[in-house]
Design a protein around this ligand. Structure first.
Ligand code: 5GP
Ligand code: MG
Length: 472
């Protein structure tokens, strides 16, 4: 039985993870370090790097931000020409050092390091079976299940063992794997979680988001296809379909919230899609207002689109302190309110006496909107029209976003009017599902909409949830 533990579901959905890989560069660990800094928005809980050294896989990982985990000395020790890296926000398994990635282990075919973004929905079932057969687990990560399946396979090569293991796991995932001689990348058969291929001179790169390639001066080549496995080694790159394509269902929330605006997903610029979401929202739900502001950072593109469409001034109405960690612990209501003020302040000069359109990318529990609206009122805003750039978030995600408790999702419990009243806005509107899809290039591009529709591509077995591997 999945039970919620106090303090673990912190109120926000947790952004998933970021993965990176490089093969064929003398400074592999340093490049990975830079790439992880670029992917930091995808997870701030722990970070890790594994490199293929001369004779073995070396690794270092720890809790905290990339900059806290890695220093010059550690990076110097991680010498090698291939590496993978990971930044994590827990989706399966709680926030513990033992759950930091990459996971590194030795098995029959050699050493293997694994980095995973996503969530395996049947991990608890597989783990129960493996434990019944005598396997010992060291973490509460679903990723460790894959490691066991690979290690137990009788197939002669890693690629074959991995392919066999993949046939048993279900969920949304992007994996990067490192052996002493190769780098592998693979994506679930629906392509729910993103993974892209890039190049930097002679080296190959893999990353959750293409912005990581840009920050290294590399170039984006293409996205890894659903079910595709790429193997990069001294002989170059090979690719094959490890699992047949089951469909195309990239997580739409990547566009809405997770990804950086300067990344490309599904062949589209994240910023442009967000801007278009704002435009469509303005067409569907215009507001009589004096100016438009967005909640930094993830809503700024949508706010700009909303303003442009209605020919309203786009303003900066909220200032964010970017140096306040996201994993701030708020033991009581009073401190929680203070923490919000530490993180965001309203610009009185801009909003005082004004009718303001406030654009945010999503309402999950409703706490953020309520606080921000209070801030804006205190700063003198006359009217606040809240516009959300994605449809109501009504269903839990089991494929890598930590929102597996339906009772926490305000839109699954309340009507739009009740949400409006609860957050204290003068009006509230969301885009239609169709409008949202249009902004993302059309339904035919293939998106996972589970959190909006409650329809799940990959069936979710009973008991799937974040802490399921710890409930013993
Ligand atoms: P709420 O306060 O309604 O629970 O959360 C909504 C706010 O959380 C929005 O401002 C949105 O930008 C942000 N948000 C949406 N998804 C995530 C996520 O996965 N992790 C974090 N930290 N914030 C999120
Ligand atoms: Mg936000």
């Amino acid at each position: 039985m999945l039970t919620e533990r106090p303090g673990v579901f912190s109120g926000h959905p947790k952004e998933e993870c970021g993965v990176f890989g490089v093969f064929g560069h003398p400074e592999a660990a340093t490049l990975t370090h830079y790439a992880l800094l670029t992917l930091q928005h995808r997870g701030q809980e722990s970070a890790g790097i594994a490199v293929a050294g001369e004779r073995e896989i070396l690794h270092h990982k720890g809790m905290g931000l990339v900059g806290e985990v890695f220093g010059e000395r550690v990076l110097k020790e991680l010498s090698g020409r291939a590496a993978i890296g990971h930044v994590r926000y827990s989706t399966t398994g709680s926030s513990l050092a033992v759950n930091a990635q990459p996971l590194v282990f030795r098995h029959r075919l050699g050493a293997l390091a694994l980095g995973h973004n996503g969530n395996l929905v049947n991990a608890h079932l597989l783990r129960n079976r493996l434990e019944a057969e005598g396997s010992i687990f060291q973490t509460s990560l679903d990723t460790e299940v894959l490691a066991h399946l690979v290690a137990r396979s009788k197939e002669p090569t890693l690629e074959k063992a991995l392919t066999e293991a993949l046939q048993q796991i279900q969920g949304g995932y992007a994996f990067v794997l490192l052996t002493e001689r190769s780098l592998l990348g693979l994506r679930d058969p629906y392509g729910i979680r993103p993974l892209a291929l890039g190049r930097l001179k002679g080296a190959y790169l893999l990353a959750s988001e293409s912005c990581a390639f840009d920050s290294l001066g590399g170039r984006f080549i293409r996205e890894i296809e659903p079910g595709e496995m790429v193997v990069i080694d001294g002989a170059g790159i090979r690719s094959f379909q490890a699992l047949p394509v089951a469909g195309r269902a990239l997580c739409l929330f990547e566009f809405i919230y997770f990804a950086r605006p300067d990344s490309l997903l599904n062949g589209l610029s994240v910023h442009s899609v967000r801007k278009e979401l704002g435009r469509i929202l303005a067409q569907e739900a215009p507001a009589a207002a004096d100016l438009v502001i967005g909640v930094p950072d993830s809503s700024l593109s949508a706010a700009a689109g909303y303003a442009e469409e209605l020919d309203l001034p786009y303003e900066i109405g909220l200032v964010k302190n970017r140096y306040v960690g996201r994993t701030f612990i708020q033991p009581n209501e009073k401190l929680r309110n203070l923490a919000v003020r530490l993180k965001l302040n309203a610009l009185r000069k801009v909003v005082e006496g004004q009718r303001v359109v406030l654009v945010d990318d999503s309402i999950v529990r409703g706490t953020t909107s309520r606080h921000i609206i209070r801030l804006l009122r205190q700063a003198g805003a006359k009217k606040i029209h809240l516009r959300i750039s994605s449809a109501p978030y009504r269903f839990p995600c089991y494929y890598g976003i930590d929102t597996s408790v339906i009772s926490e999702l305000i839109a699954s419990q309340k009507s739009v009017e009740d949400i409006r009243a609860e957050v204290g806005a003068d009006s509230l509107a969301y885009p239609s599902l169709e409008g949202m899809l249009r902004a993302a290039g059309g339904r035919e591009r293939g998106y996972c909409l589970s959190c909006f529709t409650g329809t799940y591509h990959v069936p979710v077995p009973d008991g799937a949830g974040k802490l399921v591997l710890e409930e013993k």
